[in-house]
Design a binder for this molecule. Structure first.
Ligand SMILES: Nc1ncnc2c1ncn2[C@@H]1O[C@H](COP(=O)(O)OP(=O)(O)OP(=O)(O)O)[C@@H](O)[C@H]1O
Length: 238
């Protein structure tokens, strides 16, 4: 297995508060890797740091064989790392298609961009049907589809998804999870952050459990799903 992303002893602080306290993990090429953990564990901080939005205070990030620590945020996208953030952050007054095009802002290959827009519409037909409508008219689940579609527009080697199932109905959540499986089958490597441990671990090759800035447990998705401490803490079992 080839590591696409390697994180070693990463530390990240907000002023005096250390939110990530020396974590190490690997995302293998072609796999789905999940970070689960309670609120405030440091999962979002980790993704923001990988995207270059926050600077680590210590540690090493290697992506596709290159050190990422000193790379500015706008260059990280061009290296092949895309981030669909928590809360989606779509632009409500712009159309669905304009939102998708924003995900391709660094690209100049018009035919490739058109092809990828069509691919997004194949993946999420509702976006194609409503392509000229303001994105703010979409439901929460549809906005999540748009956020994922937009992240895919940079043709990323690694797609990072922060809480894609947040606030979604069970049916919509199933659709999002099925899409992650579809993307993996098409060769995309995924780093997923999820509160819904059952859904996330069920489709993950590898999982890491975070608590208060540290990784406390690691294993395959199946191993973690059957782990007693995970079942008690995250799946509501006594
Ligand atoms: N902008 C900020 N300034 C100061 N502290 C912050 C900031 N953002 C997050 N934190 C703190 O950093 C810690 C980690 O937060 P983070 O959002 O990374 O956790 P998380 O695991 O993603 O949790 P959640 O599932 O609630 O989003 C928390 O203690 C949080 O209060």
């Amino acid at each position: 297995m080839t590591a696409l992303l390697e994180v070693e002893d990463l530390r990240v602080s907000y002023g005096k508060i250390e939110a990530v306290k020396g974590i190490s993990f690997t995302v293998n090429q072609g796999e789905v890797t999940t970070l689960i953990g309670t609120n405030g564990a440091g999962k979002t901080t980790t993704l923001r740091t990988l995207s270059g939005l926050l600077k680590p205070t210590a540690g090493k990030i290697t992506f596709d064989g290159q050190p990422l620590n000193a790379v500015p945020a706008h260059k990280i996208v061009s290296l092949g790392l895309a981030h669909s953030p928590e809360g989606r952050h779509i632009f409500p007054r712009m159309t669905i298609e304009e939102n998708l095009l924003l995900g391709a802002f660094l690209r100049k290959d018009t035919p490739g961009i058109t092809e990828d827009i069509e691919r997004a519409y194949t993946l999420f037909p509702i976006l194609g049907e409503r392509r000229k409508q303001a994105a703010g008219t979409l439901s929460g689940g549809e906005q999540q589809m748009l956020a994922m579609g937009r992240a895919l527009m940079s043709r990323p080697k690694l797609l990072m998804l922060d809480e894609p199932s947040m606030g979604l109905s069970p049916l919509m959540m199933q659709k999002i999870m099925a899409t992650i499986i579809e993307l993996k089958a098409a060769g995309t490597t995924v780093l997923l952050v999820e509160q819904n441990a059952q859904a996330a671990l069920s489709l993950s090759d590898q999982g890491y459990v975070m608590e208060i800035g540290r990784i406390v447990l690691t294993g395959t998705g199946a191993d973690l799903l059957h782990d007693e401490s995970v079942r008690k803490a995250y799946l509501g079992e006594d």
